[in-house]
Design a protein around this ligand. Structure first.
Ligand SMILES: [Cu+2]
Length: 153
């Protein structure tokens, strides 16, 4: 006896909500390439990152303004947990800062660290976790307010 499986289109309909950035026509106001969802500030010292854990509400491109508050040269690297495309700030001198942009996938975890010498092993590392978008998030970030400075839980 044979059975026919009927695939319902439900999954396709759900997937269609995912969206994505279609190449829009008229965005003159933006600076840089790619729409940045939100900017996070990271402080580096010997030997730690603050905050050491960053939660992104959804997939997309985020900017990290990394400030070296230590007394020696540091840098900032983002890499997916388990390997993948890496981005690196290059050297950040004490007292200065650099901004790194990276595009994150939903529901993945990334590592951020200082790639200089043994700094990572000494504590200059942290985790970036990406949420799944509109459902099931624990943090609700209002869209549109990017620069406010506060990262207070
Ligand atoms: Cu370092």
């Amino acid at each position: 006896m044979r059975r026919l499986l009927f695939l319902l289109p439900t999954a396709l309909m759900l997937a269609a909500c995912g969206g994505g950035y279609g190449g829009g026509g008229n965005s003159n106001a933006g600076s840089g390439s790619g729409a940045v969802v939100q900017t996070f500030k990271i402080a580096e010292t010997e030997y730690s990152l603050t905050p050491a854990t960053v939660a992104l509400p959804q997939a997309g491109t985020y900017a990290f303004e990394v400030t070296n508050r230590g007394t020696i040269t540091h840098a900032f690297t983002i890499v997916p947990s388990g390997g993948g495309k890496k981005t690196d700030s290059g050297d950040i001198q004490p007292g200065s800062h650099k901004t790194v942009k990276y595009t994150f996938a939903a529901r993945k975890s990334y590592e951020m660290y200082c790639p200089i010498d043994g700094h990572r092993a000494q504590g200059m590392n942290g985790t970036i976790k990406v949420g799944g978008g509109m459902s099931g998030g624990t943090t609700t970030a209002p869209a549109g307010t990017t620069t406010g400075g506060g990262y207070g839980y």
